[in-house]
Design a binder for this molecule. Structure first.
Ligand code: GDP
Length: 192
């Protein structure tokens, strides 16, 4: 996949507005502020393509990007504390409806901050993906904020808590580029 060809396609506020899949799709989910925009920009090699949230938790849309015949789907982040009940419900409906669509779910990249135990919402998200048998990988974000020893400790702990096989969890940093090639390999394999 030539990521340099990445460009914005469209933004949707409702799952029902999203046209049927026309190519392989890779979706990104995670708590707001987990580093989702940063990792997508790192993949694309473009700093500002995916908007890095200056106002974390601002309810957002489903944003589609395309690179070399693959769609990259930026799903709205969850778990922002100051979000209203109505916004949380909107998020749940949007995500639920999105995964209910009959589409090409080649890979879901589920982002979890390596520094913390997964939140209840992280658990729910991953249990949802497991129950629905969606192909997914967990990308642990912001690894540069921990020492190597601490990274490995957290990797083992989080893997156990989330009950994910070792090959489906990748330690990443958008700051240093750690794990980005591994993530690209997984994406390429899922989009063949
Ligand atoms: P999003 O809300 O999930 O899209 O998260 P962002 O990509 O906007 O990142 C949230 C904050 O974390 C920003 O201040 C980023 O600069 C920072 N951040 C994201 N990824 C990394 C990383 O790999 N390392 C470090 N040190 N900071 C990161």
């Amino acid at each position: 996949i030539n990521y340099q060809l990445a460009h914005f396609v469209a933004s949707y506020g409702k799952a029902s507005q999203i046209p049927p899949s026309t190519c392989p799709e890779v979706s990104f989910v995670g708590r707001s502020n987990v580093g989702k925009s940063s990792i997508m920009n790192k993949l694309f090699g473009r700093k500002g393509l995916v908007k890095v949230s200056s106002t974390p938790g601002k309810t957002s849309n489903v944003n589609f990007f395309e690179a070399d015949g693959v769609h990259f789907v930026d799903l709205p982040g969850y778990g922002f504390a100051r979000r209203s009940k109505a916004e949380r419900e909107r998020w749940a409906r949007l995500i639920g409806d999105f995964f209910d669509l009959d589409r090409s779910f080649n890979l879901v990249v589920s982002l979890v901050d390596i520094r913390h135990d997964p939140s209840a919402l992280d658990h729910q998200m991953i249990e949802f993906l497991q129950a629905g048998e969606f192909p997914f990988v967990v990308a642990l974000t912001k690894a540069d904020k921990l020492s190597r020893g601490k990274q490995n400790q957290q990797l083992a702990a989080i893997r156990k808590q989330l009950n994910v096989p070792a090959e489906d969890i990748i330690v990443t940093s958008s700051e240093t580029g750690l794990g980005i090639d591994k993530l690209k390999e997984r994406i390429a394999a899922a989009c063949l």
